[in-house]
Design a protein around this ligand. Structure first.
Ligand code: 2P0
Length: 362
């Protein structure tokens, strides 16, 4: 679908008021998005598992106003005004303005909260931008009742991408691909698509236990990190490798080969951090405890033969991935050997989810 198809024609009948509420989950990339072109176009395709428990829940009240010059909105976080989140939302609204002309005709009150602890080192930009985009699309759907479900979800992902790249993978589906890839039907740089293959039962309810190693603010934001891939000495090879890893992972998700899954996913995580270390300026987001945990996972896997592996986001936390049938042993292993390396012993148990869900529609 070309970009122009996402421009909503002016609507003649605007409703006076609408209230919606959506939850949208976080996601964890298996093949990583790291590097982007102008207008939030990814430098390489990526794929993620959608999470289930780490979510943002956002309600929006839209009220029609008499003027349509500027955006007008209030932002509440956990019910209280939150001024420091406003610039990010303002920037998002400016980016999506062309595609949602009707927005300037409404004053809206956004009330948002996360199910995961504040400053846990888990980025809320993916789930937050996804949840907000779903609410905007709920309004658009009321203004344009003939809209198809496909268009609804595609445009929600398109809008979310303009807020934060990885957010476009938090809309719909257990595994989501974002970025053009020769072997993935329907894949696009403009929005995420549900992985089109049949996912093997080995990945049914796959578990992700997130070990909170460092809950502090990152020294380098992801947006800055992405930009450091411009002119990066290894960029072209890395982008090429992402295509190739996605081809391999596509097969693995279908055939259930957990050994290959582990190899691809761990290599992607370490490559992401290697890119950071080889940037100019260079930086390291892993902490000593991140490495300690990785080594302990490797030792445990060798001794137990349980197909547990790790992945990393742009931070020090470790995502421990494993089949549901090994949950008891792995949670015991985490208790015995890994909690000591988590800040205040904290970790979050999550698993594959299905995407955003509607909570309220008035
Ligand atoms: C990912 N990350 O694929 C990669 C791996 C972090 C590590 O996408 O600038 O918050 O808002 O588009 O999406 C984090 O970057 O960056 C990210 P923007 P985003 O999940």
């Amino acid at each position: 679908m070309p970009e122009s198809d996402f421009i909503a024609a002016p609507f003649l009948n605007l409703i006076e008021r609408g209230t919606f509420s959506w939850s949208a989950p976080s996601n964890i990339a298996l093949v990583k998005y790291w590097g982007k072109k102008a207008h939030q176009i990814p430098a390489n395709p990526s794929i993620s598992f959608t999470l289930n428990n780490c979510k943002t829940i956002t309600s929006v009240v839209f009220e029609k106003k008499s003027t349509d010059e500027d955006f007008s909105f209030e932002l509440l976080f956990e019910g209280k005004p939150k001024e420091d989140f406003k610039p990010k939302i303002e920037k998002f609204l400016e980016r999506i303005a062309t595609y949602c002309l009707y927005l300037k005709q409404y004053h809206f009150t956004i009330d948002t909260r996360n199910t995961f602890p504040h400053s846990s080192g888990i980025a809320s930009s993916a789930s937050g931008m996804a949840a907000l985009s779903m609410n905007i699309m709920s309004l658009e759907k009321v203004l344009n009742p003939k809209m198809t479900d496909d268009y609804f979800y595609q445009k929600a992902s398109f809008l979310a991408r303009l807020g934060s790249g990885s957010a476009c993978r938090s809309i719909k589906g257990k595994a989501v691909v974002w970025g053009n890839h020769a072997e993935i039907n329907g894949s696009s740089d403009l929005f995420g698509v549900e992985f089109p293959g049949q996912i093997h039962p080995n990945f049914e309810n796959y578990q992700d236990t997130i070990l909170l190693v460092d809950k502090g603010e990152k020294q380098v934001s992801s947006t800055v990190g992405h930009n450091l891939m411009n002119g990066h000495p290894y960029a072209e090879n890395r982008f090429h490798q992402a295509h190739s890893n996605l081809s391999k992972l596509k097969m693995v998700l279908e055939n259930g080969d957990l050994q290959s899954f582990i190899e691809i996913v761990e290599s992607e995580a370490l490559t992401l951090h290697a890119m950071m270390m080889a940037s100019m300026p260079y930086f390291i987001l892993m902490k000593p405890n991140t490495l300690e945990i990785i080594n302990r996972i490797w030792n445990f896997r060798k001794q137990s033969n349980i197909p547990v592996c790790f992945t990393l986001d742009a931070g020090a936390n470790v995502h421990v991935l494993y089949p549901q049938k090994n949950k008891v042993e792995i949670l015991q292993f985490i208790q015995d050997e890994l909690v000591g390396y988590c800040e205040n012993g904290q970790y979050i148990c999550d698993e594959i989810g299905r995407g955003a869900s509607l909570i309220n529609n008035e």
